[in-house]
Design a protein around this ligand. Sequence first.
Ligand code: ADP
Ligand code: MG
Length: 263
Amino acid sequence: MTAPNEAPGRTPGAGATAPVLQAEGLSWSVGGATIVQDVSFEVGEGEFLAFIGPNGAGKTSLFNLVSGLVPASAGTVRLDGSDITAEPAHARARRGLGRTFQTSSLWPEMTVADHVRLAAQAASGGSYRIWRRAAGYQRELEHVLERTGLSHRADAPADGLSHGEKRKLELAVLLVGEPRVMLLDEPMAGVSAEEVPVLAELIRSLHRDEGRTVLMVEHHMDILLSLADRLAVMHHGTLLTVDTPRAVMADATVQQAYLGEEL
Ligand SMILES: Nc1ncnc2c1ncn2[C@@H]1O[C@H](COP(=O)(O)OP(=O)(O)O)[C@@H](O)[C@H]1O
Ligand SMILES: [Mg+2]
């Protein structure tokens, strides 16, 4: 875990490591409305940056900009120092920038294993070395299912899964590409209270044990406080603050932004 950077006189940044992802002045306007406005932040290698903010604050739209799902109206996105602003989502994914979606993106009648196989097939045209070797294919499928706790559900159709298992499968599909940077948009949305800690533990392990950089939108504050190195607070399309969880929770502006609004 990145040590909190709380040196006096310095804005807490991405810690000691070089920034892996940098957004500079990112904006997105659609139909005359500015949804994301002049957002800048950096994420260090192996860091966990959580995004919070009321519904409609622009968190998903920001993830759309970073992952390349929508083109930026202004600003730049850099990955490992390279400007990827003009690259489409699949090119960014090939560079190791992957995401999951706020709403479920599964095929109801397709099995767990087939979801992973399809993702592997889609990826095999790219630079996904491991999946190209037929011999390693079954082993990798088993490995992905094992890491996400879905081995015993391999032959179950997606619509037979619990909400938590569906979320795990979305993570399994993401992991096929072995992303170094994962954008997780509300990965616990719709999940039952009993399944939330299981998912939190899975995400923790993908971050701490496997060393992946994580950007995550989530509403479960207790989970964010235990996982995140820093919290980014969005409000009305802008980034209010990025700081350690402790500093953010003590920030009067943040509290004001949330007064009467559900986190
Ligand atoms: N494609 C779109 N066209 C017009 N407005 C949009 C579009 N996508 C999102 N919005 C609007 O942008 C605002 C931010 O939405 P969103 O990024 O989904 O917020 P959050 O994820 O923080 O809840 C909302 O007011 C939403 O209605
Ligand atoms: Mg959202």
